[in-house]
Design a protein around this ligand. Structure first.
Ligand SMILES: Nc1ncnc2c1ncn2[C@@H]1O[C@H](COP(=O)(O)OP(=O)(O)OP(=O)(O)O)[C@@H](O)[C@H]1O
Ligand SMILES: [Mg+2]
Length: 278
């Protein structure tokens, strides 16, 4: 297989299209999407509801196939209409609705992956999990069960559970949906600290434009369905970012630019919805 890039975690999406059930209901979810995410880059994907964002995540993760195009990870083909690498720990997904095992403690949840894959012994996996909990000031939570945790802490544990596998890419699908605005700001700083220090590639879907600008190296704006890349906005705000950056002139300019593009697409989606109902 051709090696296009060398850095760990570089994603190349080339002319990717996806049609669900082509012989039946025929839902065109993505059309000719192309963009790159560099190794260590935090790419944020925004676009109208139902446009095809999760479809793209599923394709990169290896959960679903594509109808046309190619996806590469570090130059290695991972998906095409005739070839698909199965999901593996290179590409970890943090799910929208949470997926902690309710019958396992925090430390058991985090240690689970590398233990069952036989990559670490039980003791080594638990040591690593404990160390990760310390990084994010969650020591003391080891023996708690998910139901005893606030939703913010549950989300942090889920992210650690993905990171313990040392994936090349972490994909998050609206991971903070449902959290209140104040908890979100703390989660953003937490995530930025985790990713900046570890240089992990991030593919992050959200509807929250502040979250997108605050966390992103770039924001990829998708059109209404079928998803196409409408615009890619590089976020040239300095690092590390703190929440007061949201009051800066540049931040507001970027937000205006992104809002304009997103609003245009949301209006199209709205009108399309009205047509479907008519
Ligand atoms: N398995 C499937 N079979 C048929 N259609 C599907 C399937 N999965 C998704 N779709 C449709 O494909 C389109 C894109 O779905 P997708 O979940 O990717 O959108 P999204 O951008 O993630 O939306 P949201 O912002 O609401 O999460 C939608 O119209 C959806 O109904
Ligand atoms: Mg989705």
């Amino acid at each position: 297989m051709a090696s296009e890039t060398k850095e760990p975690g570089a994603i190349r999406i080339k002319h990717v299209s996806k049609i669900y059930d082509p012989q039946g209901v025929h839902v065109e979810a993505m059309r000719d999407c192309s963009f790159d995410i560099a190794a260590g880059e935090m790419a944020i994907i925004v676009g109208p509801s139902g446009c095809g964002k999760t479809t793209l995540l599923n394709a990169i993760a290896g959960f679903d196939d594509i109808t046309a195009g190619e996806i590469f990870l570090d130059g290695e083909l991972i998906s095409s209409p005739t070839y698909q690498i199965k999901p593996n720990v290179d590409r970890m997904v943090v799910f929208q609705n949470g997926a902690l095992f309710p019958w396992k403690t925090v430390i058991e949840n985090i240690a689970y992956g590398p233990m069952v894959q036989g990559r670490l012994t039980k003791a080594a996996a638990r040591d690593k999990a404990r160390e990760m909990l310390e990084w994010v000031c969650l020591n003391g939570m080891e023996e708690k069960y998910p139901e005893e945790l606030s939703s913010g802490v549950q989300r942090r544990v889920e992210i650690l559970r993905a990171l313990i596998n040392e994936p090349r890419v972490v994909m998050l699908d609206e991971p903070f949906r449902g959290l209140d605005a104040v908890s979100k700001t703390v989660m953003h700083e937490f995530l930025m600290q985790l990713f900046c220090n570890r240089n992990r590639t991030m593919f992050f879907i959200t509807h929250d434009l502040d979250e997108a600008i605050f966390l992103g190296h770039k924001v990829v704006i998708m059109t209404t369905r079928p998803a196409q890349v409408k615009k890619i906005v590089p976020i040239d705000l300095p690092w590390p970012r703190e929440h007061r950056i949201m009051n800066s002139k540049r931040y507001l300019e970027l937000k205006g630019e992104i809002l304009e593009a997103v609003h245009e697409e949301a209006k199209k989606a709205f009108q399309a919805g009205e047509r479907e109902l008519a």
